[in-house]
Design a protein around this ligand. Structure first.
Ligand code: PLP
Length: 408
């Protein structure tokens, strides 16, 4: 398998059929109701959380950011494994509450929260990560209106960024959070009669595979947190240091080595002083927890050769798995790991373009892939598809059937 991905060295195969969660891929597809579908492996989710916990400081709190995969079955399973859930909208909040987790461990981040969303969050007693001064004013009003003291943390737009990140979400002018340099004023004006102050949320970036970059961001995050804690008007109960741990998607990318990141974090946590010392440290992760546990499967519906290029046409594509198509934040499109699930290896290979049913050349499932010679009816599987899949894709575009999802 030339130029494919190291993920493909860690798969189970029986009778040349990919096994997912100990079962043949085609059997799971039948269970899910056919293609196109996402299959999520429950044990893989559990193992991922356990292996991360085994290296991270024992008192580090792990949260799951459910926008990565908000399927209720996934969220409920994750709720039993992590210390809290992070939501980004009122509807996500309702799913998180449905898991039965303690509302105090649910936090709500997001720029441009609507007043109705803030009201719902106050009523639910979850922690709201406040992202502007006006949002704080609105919470003061809701505090009087509902006679509930909103639980709040202040989201800080740090004066640094997580270097070499898949997505830049901090440093410089940003729509997220309140600029670090404005925090002294915001903190001195904070009315703790009206809101219950929990702490700070400092999120500096996402999808990072470089331990050194994460270590540097953590050092700067702790530095900033130290300064902020001294200015806080009330004891600081928690500091959310963001996440940023990435997973390998493309050829040549390696799994992130979390050990040096964890060791450094332990040192930072041990070295804390003053008001920072007793605050809980929270890490919030999305794709790192769920991304590798998900598989997107579609079926080959047609095969043709156009001017020397072989095309495998499938019933799934960009409308279900936008990230894999390369249209969700990628500059240059690269392939996710892809296989023919019912024909994993073969002596006979060919180079193919795998495309979906949409009337746009952007609908690519895999480009220039060398794969076993496939036939109509075969199953294409896309790995690393557990995060930012079904709900991060334009499913209505061209009105094809909705993707099926199943946790096994
Ligand atoms: C999206 C998001 C996350 C999760 O990001 P991943 O890259 O999936 O780990 C965590 N925190 C916040 C504030 C987010 O917006």
């Amino acid at each position: 398998m030339s130029k494919q991905h190291d993920r493909l060295q860690r798969i189970a195969v029986k009778d040349n059929v990919l096994q997912i969660a100990g079962r043949p891929a085609n059997q799971l597809v039948a269970m899910a109701g056919g293609t196109p579908c996402y299959i999520y492996d429950r044990n893989a989710l559990t193992e991922r959380v356990q292996s991360l916990r085994s290296v991270m400081p024992s008192d580090l709190k792990l949260h799951y950011a459910i926008k990565a995969n908000p399927l209720p079955a996934v969220v409920y399973h994750m709720a039993g494994l992590v210390d809290g859930l992070d939501v980004a909208s009122q509807r996500e909040m309702v799913v998180a509450i449905g898991s039965g987790i303690d509302p105090e461990t649910i936090s709500f981040a997001g720029p441009a929260k609507r007043v109705e969303e803030l009201r719902a969050a106050v009523a639910a007693n979850i922690v709201i990560n406040v992202e502007s001064s006006l949002e704080l004013e609105r919470l003061y009003q809701l505090s009087s209106e509902l006679q509930i003291k909103p639980r709040i943390a202040l989201r800080v737009n740090p004066d640094f960024e997580l270097k070499s990140s898949g997505m830049k979400m901090a440093g410089g002018p940003k729509q997220f959070g309140i600029d670090a340099e404005l925090m002294p004023d915001v903190l001195s004006g904070l009315d703790t009669e009206k809101v219950d102050f929990y702490g700070f949320h400092i999120f500096s970036g996402s999808q990072n595979l470089k331990p050194d970059a994460l270590i540097e961001a953590h050092a700067k995050t702790f530095e900033l947190a130290t300064r902020l804690c001294e200015l806080a008007p009330a004891p600081v109960r928690h500091i959310n240091i963001g996440g940023g741990l990435g997973i390998p998607y493309f050829p040549g990318e390696q799994m992130l080595d979390v050990v040096p990141v964890a060791e450094h974090l332990q040192k930072l946590m041990d070295a804390r002083t003053g008001r920072f010392k007793n605050a809980e440290i929270v890490m919030e992760l999305g794709r790192y927890l769920v991304g590798e546990a998900g598989y997107y499967l579609c079926q080959i519906t047609d095969k043709k050769v156009s001017r020397g290029q072989t095309f495998l046409m499938t019933d799934g594509g960009l409308h279900h798995n936008l990230s894999n198509s390369g249209n969700f934040g990628q500059v240059i499109r690269k392939n996710y790991p892809v296989l023919i699930a019912n024909r994993v290896t073969s002596e006979e290979k060919e180079t193919v373009e795998i495309v979906g049913p949409l009337c746009t050349p952007l609908d690519i499932v895999g480009a220039k892939l060398e794969l076993p010679v496939a036939e109509v009816g075969d199953l294409v599987v896309v790995f690393q598809s557990g995060a930012y899949g079904a709900t991060a894709s334009p499913q209505q575009f061209l009105s094809h059937p909705e993707v099926k999802e199943m946790l096994v």
